[in-house]
Design a protein around this ligand. Structure first.
Ligand code: KG4
Ligand code: ZN
Length: 352
């Protein structure tokens, strides 16, 4: 089985070919960073236009590197949401066109499902597992019971953790995206110099909050002597932020581990996925937590944590196997919760 995967929901134009035997034949990602850099953040219209311009070439390159023709594909999968709607439409239309022209099935993949199923591609993870999904737009704890069977245990009541990394970087003048550069500066910093809060720590449940942490970073910057933060201040603040964010994530994950153990008899596994899962400090902290709690721990290779086409192609493989394909009338979904039955986050709408 060979599936082409297309990802266009945010600021990466990506295409990949993945087989049913978990082989990634090609995985091509084009970042739009330079297109958005002058604006200090992602501009949806620019993203959509850049996807239109790049996607055909990215798909051609992926097919070329995979060394196969379109006639060797069993299906086409494209991110159907959630995300920036202009970009999602570009990917979905292109995927449908290829499927229609070749007479093969089209699979609409939930972007979060792509992240959620990645450990099955990379590590052959068996169901069920506990997933900490941490990206620029989402921060959730879920039990992945099977394909299309996702139980959300908690979510953020305000910012996603990736967003908090990005806003911290912006306040420190470090550009976008913030995660990699904050991690880099933090490596040279003293995390003990600034005391930052661990939002929600010690509270029951699995919900997250990061806006208070972001505000605390702003106050710490404002309290510095005139002239703004110097390189040492920046490194120390990045280290303190990364430490606090990881601590908060681990605290909520520990509560989720208890729930997982109550519900499932299988040997427990913790998985981290999404862009922030590329952070080595967080991976290390989660590894320690997992070992301490008797959980196996899986963190996919870093390039498969941030957005990519392979995760969409793989989710396509999993869905195709179960006959979960979509019609050409599939409508892109800007919002698309993984667990439609999830209760609203505690204190939802209240900024911490
Ligand atoms: O999954 P992703 O590529 O896109 C979304 O679906 O949102 O995640 C992007 C997010 C950004 O907020 C980025 O700053 C963060 O992942 N990120 C990181 C690192 N690499 C990317 N955060 C912390 N440390 C990193 N090394
Ligand atoms: Zn993502």
């Amino acid at each position: 089985m060979r599936v082409l995967g297309i990802e266009t929901s945010c600021d990466e134009t990506a295409a990949a070919v993945v087989t049913g035997e978990r082989r990634v034949l090609a995985d091509v990602v084009r970042s739009q960073l330079e297109d958005h850099a002058p604006y200090g953040g992602i501009v949806p219209e620019i993203a959509a236009r850049a996807h239109i311009e790049a996607l055909d070439g990215i798909i051609a390159e992926a097919m070329d590197r995979a060394g196969i023709g379109f006639d060797a594909l069993d299906a086409v999968a494209a991110t159907g949401g959630p995300g920036l709607i202009g970009g999602v439409i570009v990917g979905v239309m292109t995927g449908k066109a290829i499927a229609a022209a070749r007479g093969i099935p089209f699979v609409a993949v939930n972007h979060l499902e792509g992240h959620a199923l990645t450990p099955r591609l990379t590590d052959d993870a068996g169901f069920p597992y506990l997933l900490l999904l941490v990206s620029g737009g989402h921060c959730q704890l879920l039990i992945i019971e099977g394909v299309a069977r996702y139980r959300r245990l908690g979510t953020t009541i305000d910012d996603a953790v990736g967003e908090a990394f990005d806003k911290t970087a912006k306040m420190l003048g470090l550009g976008y995206p913030g995660g990699p550069v904050v991690e880099d500066r933090a490596a040279h910093g003293d995390g003990a110099r600034f005391t930052l809060p661990r939002p929600m720590k010690g509270r029951p449940g699995c919900d997250f909050s990061f806006s208070g942490l972001k505000t605390a970073v702003r106050h710490a910057i404002e309290a510095l002597p005139a002239g703004g933060p110097g390189p040492e201040d920046i490194a120390d603040l990045c280290a303190a932020f990364q430490h606090a964010a990881s601590d908060a994530l681990c605290d909520r994950t520990r509560n989720a581990m208890e729930i997982f153990r109550d519900r499932h008899a299988e040997p427990p596994t913790l998985v981290v996925a999404g862009g922030v899962a590329a952070n080595l400090y967080l991976r290390q902290a989660l590894q320690v937590l997992a070992t301490d709690q008797g959980f196996d721990f899986i963190a996919p290779p870093q390039q498969l944590c941030t957005d990519n086409g392979a995760m969409i192609a793989w989710a396509g493989v999993e869905r195709l196997r179960l006959g979960l394909t979509d019609g050409l009338d599939f409508a892109p979904r800007p919002r698309w919760p993984l667990d439609p039955d999830a209760p609203k986050a505690a204190f939802a709408g209240v900024k911490a």
